[in-house]
Ligand binder design. Structure first.
Ligand SMILES: O=C(CO)COP(=O)(O)O
Length: 252
């Protein structure tokens, strides 16, 4: 049985006091469950403080991106070594916003995925097609290619620990959710790609989240699908009550 992963991606939102307030309001209310894990992907600036605030709780803190090198002349970047040194256990890699605005490519996603795993950080690897690609019937080709390239060179054992996040670009921040069936179809396809390219065991173990306008009102339906193992949530993760409702849905 795969454990659901409910992750709130705050993106570039909240001040430090708002971030702390959210953590204080939620950390003790995260159900200790073998069915779900709860993660907040916070702005880099707050990671140290939020990791400390959540120590010993069931709420985990993730970075929203990271570099693949351990150190060096990469002004403004954050290394996996640095993340690990402050106790960050997860990092989002290849979010569509980073692919669109910050030159993230399948190649850098692959390097970052390797680097994260080498440093004991669980990568949350994002993949997803644009509306244009979906309308041109290229969803499987695009998403399959992204998955294959992201996981290239990893052992089956490593792939088993990766979290994949299927986020159709057209459903992000638009209020347009893929129907549960549409989302599951692609998640099933992704699992089959992992089965074909990696191994049946890795395909069975890998967690696949859906992301794109997930909210308390639609999360149950999405999570009831066979190949959806959680949600990566933007807008609806910003309010404590809404985030807690999503986590509770995942832990049911
Ligand atoms: O990009 C997302 C999460 O990473 C989804 O954002 P929304 O939930 O705001 O659509």
């Amino acid at each position: 049985m795969r454990k659901n992963v409910i992750a709130g991606n705050w993106k570039m939102n909240k001040t430090i006091s708002e971030a702390k307030e959210f953590i204080e309001a939620t950390k003790a209310k995260i159900p200790s469950s073998d069915k779900a894990e709860a993660i907040v992907c916070a702005p880099a600036l707050y990671l140290t403080e939020l990791v400390k605030l959540t120590e010993g709780t069931d709420l985990k803190i993730a970075a929203q991106t990271m570099h693949y090198e351990e150190s060096g002349a990469f002004t403004g970047e954050i290394s996996p070594t640095a993340l690990k040194s402050i106790g960050v256990e997860y990092a989002v890699i290849g979010h569509s916003e980073r692919r669109e605005y910050y030159n993230e490519t399948d190649e850098s996603v692959n390097k970052k995925t390797h680097a994260a795993l080498q440093h004991g950080i669980t990568p949350i690897v994002c993949i997803g097609e644009t509306l244009e690609e979906r309308e041109a019937d290229k969803t499987n080709e695009v998403v399959g290619g992204q998955v294959e390239k992201a996981l290239e060179g990893l052992s089956a054992e490593q792939v088993s620990t990766v979290i994949l996040a299927y986020e159709p670009v057209w459903a992000i921040g638009t209020g347009k959710t893929a129907t549960a069936q549409q989302a599951n179809e692609v998640c099933t396809f992704i699992r089959n790609v992992v089965k074909e390219k990696v191994s049946a065991e890795a395909a069975d173990a890998v967690r696949i989240q859906y992301g794109g306008s997930v909210k308390p009102a639609n999360v149950d339906e999405l999570l009831s699908e066979s190949d959806i193992d959680g949600a990566l949530v933007g807008g609806a993760s910003l309010e404590a009550d809404s985030f807690l409702a999503l986590v509770e849905a995942g832990a049911k």
